[in-house]
Design a binder for this molecule. Sequence first.
Ligand code: GLC
Length: 546
Amino acid sequence: MPTAPESGSPSPTTAQREWWRDAVIYQIYVRSFADSNGDGEGDLPGIRERLPELAELGVDAVWLTPFYVSPLADGGYDVADYRGVDPRFGTLADFDDLTATAHELGLRVIIDIVPNHTSSAHRWFAEAVAAEPGAPARSRYIFRPGRGPDGDEPPNNWESIFGGPAWTRLKRPDGTPEEWYLHLFDPEQPDLDWTRQEVHDEFDDVLRFWLDRGVDGFRIDVAHGLVKDPGLPDIPEGQKAGLLNGTNRLPYFDQDGVHEIYRRWSAIADSYPGERALVAEAWVEDAQRVARYLRPDELHQAFNFEYLNAEWDSDVLRQVIDGSLAANGVVGAPTTWVLSNHDVTRHVTRFGGGEDGLRRARAATLLTLALPGSAYLYQGEELGLPEVTDLPDDALQDPTWERSGRTERGRDGCRVPLPWEGSEPPFGFGPDGTVPWLPVPAEWAGLTREAQREDPDSTLSMYTAALRARRGFAALGDGALTWIDAPPGVLAFRREPGFACAINLSEDEAVLALTGELLLASGKVELRGGALVLPADTTAWLSIGY
Ligand code: GLC
């Protein structure tokens, strides 16, 4: 039975506040979270069983990466049936159970929607391949004749984000080559043609299908990519988009036409009771371009990849923070803060790895959770997990690995299954004897949730305390910040009423004229004679009176 839209959803008073404005949203990479049946892949029942632990952590919502029917050519971002759960991940009934349990625990549920492309195993693509050039079944995708006398050159010079050309040529069963089709990602992810009304209608219906089942929102995959410049022009030599790198203006990204789509989606979401949130994954040029997706009649949030990509440097961070707040302020949208996700190197490793990396990661977390707006956490960061950089070659599954001619290892290192408990891999990820889809390092024994739960100095305890403080402290979440004078390399700000955060990004201990009550710190800090003494790479939260 689908969950009735309002049933069990958090209370109307919470809802009236536009819950996403200050929510902490926890990203679950479904395949790697918890495996209930021992097949080595995480699944929906596994998630449902572990939801109480996320409620205990103190997050407000979960975002589930795609669990739809899929050949998993790109970890499920290649969807073959948008209304079905892949048997590896469970059933629709399991999804309904998960949503009901989440709502009982006061957790909202956001799911991924993948509208830029389908899987090549989608019924529409099979029909397109079986049809003749020019047939209506082909028009749902972007098919074009090749260039050159024999049509054996791709229709333009666009490259796939994963490497190689963004076009693949079809062959008839007898081997005769014919048209090419566009895929900005893997060849198994053909791009849809969003100039077709049928494509719009289909996604309207898919949104309604899941909204009817009670989801609280959608994370829109490649939200900036749906509309292409109709001329499909060549791009200047050397310009190619990378994942999470939107610095180039390209004829296939951030075209004005995408905004019309989101106005429509916004109206659909608004037509449902409760508050349904739409979140853009839009890697576009800068904060101003991102904010265009957040105009009042469009989407509610977008990931702040500028923040994620920012260097460990106080000037850079301050600029990104001010820039994000200003750009979002213009359109009245909350800013989001994110440090990790399933596409990037985990931030412990990005910040240098080892003890240094962990110290900085913890400091960055307390900064993130003190900034105005909403925050996204990626599963495992609350355990301080590093990137796994030594996965065996034959375990790698990210299409980037093969498409780059085995030169780029891809994103599997941040997708390793989570360690829950016990002393042997895979640490309770599945029932005894489970062989996980990616090997879990034995060194993670000390990083399991069980090992960290009772340790007051653990990263898990720090996250739990921070999220508790965030709920208890009116100053945190949505609102404004005021910078406080601080020594070079240090950022310090107030949030009203009565809260201050200071982070030392320099290599030396810093002393700030700041007093109050220490609420929480990412390392060892001291309040001494009217001053806050902050070691390098450390953040402190203070209650500073009204
Ligand atoms: C998004 C996803 C990424 C996926 C790509 C193609 O960037 O986050 O994992 O590979 O879209 O769907």
